[in-house]
Design a protein around this ligand. Sequence first.
Ligand code: NAD
Length: 321
Amino acid sequence: MKKAIVCGAGGFIGSHLVKKLKKEGFWVKGIDLKYPEFGTTEADEFVIGDLRDIDVCKNVINEAVDELYQLAGEVGGAGYVFTGENDAEIMHNSALINLNIVDLASKIGVKKLFYSSSACIYPQFNQEDPENPNCAESTAYPAFPDSEYGWEKLFSERIYQTYARTYSIKMKIARFHNIFGEEGTYTGGREKAPAALCRKIAETNDGGTIDIWGDGKQTRSFLYIDECLEGVRKLMDSGFDGPVNIGSEEMVSIDELAYKIANIAGKKILINHIDGPMGVRGRNSDNTLINKELSWKPSKSLEYGLKKTYFWINKMVNSNE
Ligand code: NAD
């Protein structure tokens, strides 16, 4: 039986990944500061611990497992990443986690390591036109990410690549583009646009008004969790290491995203644009490389994932009343 360790197994992507690995027959050990917020973990062993602490890491990453997935870190949407208030924690905590994990996993002889990087590493100057952002993998340098979160991700990509050159460990790096779905954070300040909009619309009456940060013309693409994990597993099983985008090319403006969700909810909404943190004007996944190397692209529309996510958030919001 293949063995895997999932760091960040209590988080959104990590908890879904544990389920997928179990379905595929892996023995799985998870580690996180917390258990999954919205369900029970399916990991065979789950350690509550702080990956900034090297002694905790030594206790968990203590055998040469087949695969280690590194998804732990300081994560949040625009309200968390672009205000500047959390930058020191983001840089310090995530870098420390990555430094600990890469060093231990490489020296102990873990065979393959997956690192979850982000679309936030791409330079601001290629994402100023909302209709034509350029996020091809080859454009990452010269680097100019729009947030300290992006700089830490780029720094960590380089650490993993450096260790891959020095030790005989395969490093797989994916740059995720806005992953969303059920059992993801939808309130509390760290939620991202799809979950935040689903919550606002779930809380609004038909004909109501919701606030959107900025002019609503900023563009993004969003990838449903199941599709993301399919891409991750394909990357792990391939001879290709990345860094590679895992995202959708179905780009929409934030206003369009809100109207799509309202349509799913069967509600008419009005949008009130207010000042708020926004990030770059446009961002879209470029899937040329992943298509070529892994023959992978998302198989479902944005609407498919939004339906699943909206009805889950609607149930959570309205059962909490
Ligand atoms: P998440 O916040 O749900 O999961 C991260 C997990 O890391 C959390 O459960 C958190 O408790 C854990 N963690 C944080 N600090 C820790 C510590 N010191 N010790 C142990 N655990 C700790 O976020 P997610 O959306 O599941 O993202 C997973 C990874 O994918 C992250 O590295 C994130 O940067 C990356 N990513 C996510 C997206 C996205 O759209 N969700 C986009 C790009 C990149």
